[in-house]
Design a binder for this molecule. Structure first.
Ligand SMILES: C[C@@H](O)[C@H](N)C(=O)O
Ligand SMILES: C[C@@H](O)[C@H](N)C(=O)O
Lengths: 161, 161
C-alpha cells in the first residue's frame, strides 16, 4: 500500500465539540447544523456513528479553535430546536490526513496509518474517511511526530520521491 | 450554497458493521483494520466518534453487502487481538454523497443536505465528511428518492446546468 499513499497533511488548532444523546429522528442533524449555519460558524469535520439503541446517538464536529466559544453558544441558544443530553468538547486537536487514490479498497492503508500512529503511542480520538482520504483527530502536541512517522512509513520523505 | 455543490452520488449495497465498546487506547484501531486487511476485506467508510467516558468508543465501517459475512467472521476470529462488547450490523444501506469545493467552510451546505433528506422523512444513520464531500448512510430503499431530492434542491437537474 506504500505506492497508494501520495501525501500526508496536518491542520492544527481544531476544536472538537460533541453533542451527546441526540434523537435518531429525521431532521435532527439538519437542526444542529442549521443552528451553526445561522451563526456562520465554519465547520470542518462532521462525524456521527450508528445509534446504539436505535434511539439516540452522538454527533461530533470540529471548528477552528477561535470559533469554539461561539459554536458552543450557538448550540446552547438553539436547544429548543433539538434535544441532547450534554455538550462536551475541547480545543487543541490536530487533524491528520493520509491521501491516496484507491484507499477505499484497501483496509491495509487504513490499518497501516493507524499502526504507524500506535507505534508512537498516539491515541486516535476520531476517524472519518472518504474514497481518497483517511483523517484522524489527535492531540495537537503529537502533530509533528504523527506527520513525520507517516511520512517515513509511506516513504514520502525520500529525495527521489 | 447552491453554487458550491457540483454533484450527488449514490453507492447502494453497502453493509454497515459496528464494533461496540472498543478500548480507547493506541493500537486498537490498527488491530481491527489489520484483521480485516489480513483477509483482504474491501472497506469503504470508517467512522469513530470521541469516546464518551474516555475509556471506550464504537467503530463502524462499511463493506460491500457481499463481504458482510466474511468481515464479521474475520472480526470474530481476531477477538484475541482487541476487546469489544458486541458486534452489530446489517446489509442494505446506501451511501449518499454531496460533492463541492469549499464545503468545509459552510455549515450551510451540510445543514441543507440534511434538511433535504429530513423533508422526505429519510433518517441519517451515519455521517462522515472531507473538505470536498459530505457522505451519509441511509436505508437503501430511500436511495433514489434521496438523490432526486438533493439534485432538485441544489438545482442540478436543470438542463442548462
Ligand atoms: C442523528 C441524526 O442524524 C438523525 N438520524 C437525522 O436524520 O437527522
Ligand atoms: C478507538 C481507537 O481509535 C483507539 N483510540 C486507537 O487509537 O486505536
Amino acid at each position: 500500500e506504500k505506492q497508494i499513499v501520495s501525501g500526508v497533511t496536518m491542520v492544527k488548532g481544531e476544536a472538537k465539540i460533541t453533542l451527546r444523546g441526540v434523537k435518531d429522528h429525521p431532521g435532527v442533524a439538519a437542526s444542529v447544523f442549521g443552528a451553526l449555519a445561522d451563526e456562520r460558524i465554519i465547520v470542518d469535520m462532521i462525524v456521527q456513528n450508528i445509534a446504539d439503541d436505535g434511539k439516540t446517538t452522538d454527533i461530533t464536529f470540529t471548528v477552528p479553535d477561535e470559533e469554539y466559544e461561539r459554536a458552543i453558544k450557538a448550540l446552547k441558544a438553539a436547544s429548543d430546536r433539538f434535544e441532547y443530553d450534554a455538550i462536551s468538547g475541547s480545543k487543541g486537536s490536530a487533524k491528520i490526513s493520509v491521501i491516496g487514490v484507491g484507499m477505499r479498497s484497501h483496509a491495509g492503508v487504513a490499518s497501516s496509518m493507524f499502526k504507524a500512529l500506535a507505534d508512537k503511542g498516539i491515541n486516535i480520538q476520531l476517524i472519518t474517511t472518504s474514497e481518497i482520504k483517511t483523517s484522524v483527530l489527535i492531540d495537537e502536541e503529537y502533530g509533528e511526530l504523527a506527520v513525520r512517522s507517516l511520512h517515513s512509513f509511506y516513504g514520502l520523505d525520500k529525495e527521489e520521491n
